[in-house]
Design a protein around this ligand. Structure first.
Ligand code: NAD
Length: 331
């Protein structure tokens, strides 16, 4: 059985702790600077806990760590954990800037350990199936895509005023927090983003000043892509249209389905995933990470794919700040 350290046991860290435990393939230890959370992890999951990473690393050896702290801590922690010879799973977004990217890239090469980033859309069956279909080339070259999505953030994350979300420096705002999932998924489906023009603003959320609404006009190579997202809207919906030479694909995340409409057809042909519990995707993600540790194939977002999506985030923020389009020079 593998031994995993979960660093940061807040909203997503607790979910990872529970879902890794549910795989039955590993033991989990908690690490969080908040003593009340550590006590809760012990009580709910019988997980040992440490208040600092120093204490956790001094106390025991682990095979891997899951970094679930705010984004500015992701790469400093990843570098340290790789230095200890651990496999590392990093929550999204990868970072808030590119400062440590090359050092961590070198640390991954030196440690020869498995590293992946927790962009959970890679585990969604409707995304995986649409991607496999697009790769068959049946709708020809993809020419244009439109992503429209959002939710009422205060309903889903009532604590948004008290967490990392309030500041860009800690990974906050709609671009780094939520749009990044869509950008990463579109990059996985259609290829890397190469140019971004972004308009973003704080429109509605009370108690914060960070942007909660965004419109992006992008290029992913030859594909023209537009993204619109709000964090104040009533519907919790997520729709992606992808139009090719011979037909269109539509992915409706909130309905867990994807569809195909070829030129000349009147109606969509839908492929629907049976209802999932919210933990199911995260258990699948935990299993995929454990597979990756064992050297087996997995659909997880790679370090380099997450670096590319980090560049999207940073280009979108810069474009919004400057009112200009930003080119992304892909590696
Ligand atoms: N993939 C997803 O669906 C998803 C969902 C939510 C959050 N996230 C991402 O996960 C990360 C964490 O988000 P969250 O919502 O769980 O935040 P959170 O504020 O609920 O939890 C973060 C936890 O990290 C702890 N922490 C901070 N510094 C620490 C340190 N030095 N050592 C140990 N613990 C420390 C805090 O005490 C807190 O409990 C963010 O990057 C966020 O974008 C991803």
């Amino acid at each position: 059985m593998a031994s995993l350290l979960i660093i940061g046991c807040g909203s997503i860290g607790e979910r990872h702790l529970r879902c890794f435990q549910k795989t039955g393939r590993c033991t989990v230890t908690a690490c969080d600077t908040n003593p009340a959370l550590l006590a809760a992890m012990r009580e709910r999951y019988d997980a040992a806990g440490f208040a600092t990473l120093d204490e956790a690393l001094a106390a025991s050896g682990y095979d891997a760590a899951v970094i679930c702290t705010p984004a500015h801590l992701h790469l400093p922690m990843a570098k340290r954990l790789l230095g200890h010879g651990l496999h590392v799973f990093i929550e999204k977004p990868l970072a808030i800037d590119e400062a440590l990217v090359s050092e961590v890239r070198a640390a991954i090469a030196a440690a020869n350990r498995f590293v992946a980033v927790a962009y959970v859309y890679h585990l969604m069956p409707w995304i995986q199936q649409a991607r496999a279909f697009l790769q068959t080339g049946q709708i020809g070259r993809v020419l244009q895509a439109t992503s429209v999505s959002g939710q009422h953030f205060p309903t889903f994350r009532p604590a948004y005023r008290e967490i990392y979300y309030t500041r860009r420096e800690t990974g906050g705002g709609v671009i780094q927090d939520a749009l990044t999932h869509l950008a990463n998924a579109v990059e996985w489906l259609l290829g890397p983003c190469t140019r971004v023009y972004c308009d973003a603003a704080h429109q509605a959320l009370e108690g914060v000043t960070i942007e909660d609404t965004v419109n992006v006009t992008a290029r992913h190579g030859a594909v023209m892509v537009s993204y619109a997202m709000t964090q104040f809207q009533a519907p919790n919906e997520n729709t992606l249209h992808i139009h090719g030479e011979h037909g269109s694909v539509k992915i409706e995340g909130h309905l867990q389905r994807w569809g195909l409409l070829r030129h000349g057809e009147k109606d969509w042909t839908w492929h629907v995933t049976p209802p999932l519990e919210r933990d199911d995707l995260f258990i699948a993600q935990a299993n995929a990470f454990l597979d990756g540790m064992e050297g087996r194939p997995n659909p997880l977002c790679t370090f380099e794919e997450a670096v590319q999506t980090l560049r999207f985030n940073l280009a979108a923020l810069r474009s919004s700040d400057t009112g200009t389009a930003i080119d992304i020079h892909c590696a």
